[in-house]
Design a protein around this ligand. Structure first.
Ligand SMILES: NC(=O)c1ccc[n+]([C@@H]2O[C@H](COP(=O)([O-])OP(=O)(O)OC[C@H]3O[C@@H](n4cnc5c(N)ncnc54)[C@H](O)[C@@H]3O)[C@@H](O)[C@H]2O)c1
Ligand SMILES: O=C(O)C(=O)C[C@@H](O)[C@H](O)[C@H](O)COP(=O)(O)O
Ligand SMILES: [Zn+2]
Length: 365
């Protein structure tokens, strides 16, 4: 199955197919143009690197692997410098295609490196986590983290192609799969209540590795993301911001836990979405029952359904201070993703940050 991201000259295909990694050369040989391909990955992805390199070798394409340390800390200035130096050593040219093989950390870092290397070279996303297959490999948001906050240094730089092999998820640790699942649930909560109901009915099977459920969730998520990105590539029209549901809270939680493995991005987003719904309910915008249903489903999926479950014990004022670095800040105000119900997320420009801090203090329990 192939889904297209329609962005004029920057349009690209997303190929989704079981076993695709072993057949990736079918798509990559034309992009290699007889040159050595650089593949950037992390240590945990080595088995899939072997599969990809064997496929390229069999097709007569030479490749060089750059293997980085796993984890959120890799989205840093230091690793960006290491990576760009290695790519320059390899002689990567603007018309070459660098392959990002891994999760969202590799995709975001490699994408940003390619956005700035020689003022921009091509890259291909080959996502190997559930989160990257349903979200981060599509849409061209690339970034590293700064001391002040999450993804604050980055660029919009679209990949030339996305190759999704759901079978690579067979080696993914269950906790990482659950974290990716949070971004799947997000699409239902934004504007698709039927898909949220599908998640309630099929989430457990998906997380248990059911192949049909996986393909359905990946295809549905990527189709939704491709549509939204096609409508609002640079997040200037109020559409793409919807993909940020749960992220203003979530990024504050990640900052508070130091971008450590204590709280994964998807876990922070899960807690953030539960908080966005709970705050919406507290403000009388959405039914209390809807907020409870969201939190219950996240908890059933093994994700944090609130502040305490996320293991964060900061006061509301501290968390709001992190939020002031949010990239949605506009003339000193912070537009918030709130909800009128499940599948009815909207951007609210009138949220009082004092009320958010008070809500968070109460949510500490
Ligand atoms: N650009 C975007 O639109 C976007 C969207 C969502 C999230 N993100 C970013 O993505 C990052 C999170 O991505 P993630 O959840 O993929 O984390 P990740 O890249 O850290 O991967 C999670 C873990 O799984 C390991 N791994 C990857 N593939 C594996 C496999 N097939 N088998 C076994 N282990 C494997 C990795 O080594 C890592 O330890 C965050 O930095 C977040 O900000 C970006
Ligand atoms: O693609 C988008 O747009 C998103 O917001 C997807 C998010 O899941 C992702 O975490 C993104 O990196 C957050 O964007 P940011 O602009 O808040 O850093
Ligand atoms: Zn996210």
């Amino acid at each position: 199955m192939t889904i297209h991201v329609a962005l004029g000259a920057r349009s690209y295909p997303i190929h989704i197919e079981r076993g695709l990694l072993g057949r990736a050369a079918d798509h990559l040989v034309p992009l290699a143009r007889g040159r050595t391909m650089a593949i950037v990955t992390d240590e945990n992805v080595r088995p899939h690197l072997d599969t990809l390199q064997a496929a390229l070798t069999a097709a007569g394409v030479a490749s060089e692997a750059i293997v980085l340390a796993p984890g959120e800390a890799t989205k840093s200035w230091g690793q960006l410098e290491t990576l760009t130096d290695r790519l320059l050593d390899l002689g990567v040219e603007r018309n070459d295609h660098v392959v990002a093989l891994g999760g969202g950390v590799i995709g975001d870092l490699v994408g940003f490196a390619c956005a700035i290397l020689k003022r921009g070279c091509n890259f291909v996303q080959v996502p190997t986590t559930l989160l990257a297959q349903v979200d981060s490999s599509v849409g061209g948001k690339t970034a590293i983290n700064a001391a002040a906050g999450k993804n604050l240094i980055g660029a919009f730089h679209q990949p030339a192609m996305v190759l999704i092999d759901p079978d690579t998820l067979d080696t993914l640790p269950p906790r990482e799969a659950r974290a990716g699942y949070a971004e799947i649930v997000k699409y239902g909560l934004i504007d698709d209540p039927e898909f949220f109901a599908w998640c309630e009915a099929n989430g457990a099977a998906l997380l248990a590795g059911d192949a049909d459920a996986r393909i359905h969730a990946i295809t549905h998520s990527v189709t939704a993301k491709a549509r939204i990105v096609g409508e609002d590539e640079h997040e200037t029209r109020g559409r793409r911001a919807l993909l940020n549901l749960g992220h203003t809270f979530g990024h504050a939680l990640e900052a508070e836990t130091g971008y450590s493995s204590r709280l994964l991005h998807g876990e922070a987003v899960a807690a953030g979405m539960a908080l966005a719904f709970a705050f919406s309910a507290e403000q009388g915008l959405c039914a209390v029952e809807d907020a409870a249903r969201v939190a219950a489903h996240l908890r059933d999926a093994g994700l944090p359904g609130g502040l305490a479950a996320a293991g964060v014990d900061a006061d509301g004022e501290t968390l709001v201070a992190h939020m002031l670095h949010d990239k949605k800040m506009d003339a000193g105000t912070l537009p918030f993703l709130l909800a009128r119900g499940i599948g009815q997320t909207y951007l609210d420009r009138s949220v009082d940050l004092g009320a958010v801090a008070a809500f968070l203090n109460a949510a500490r329990g």
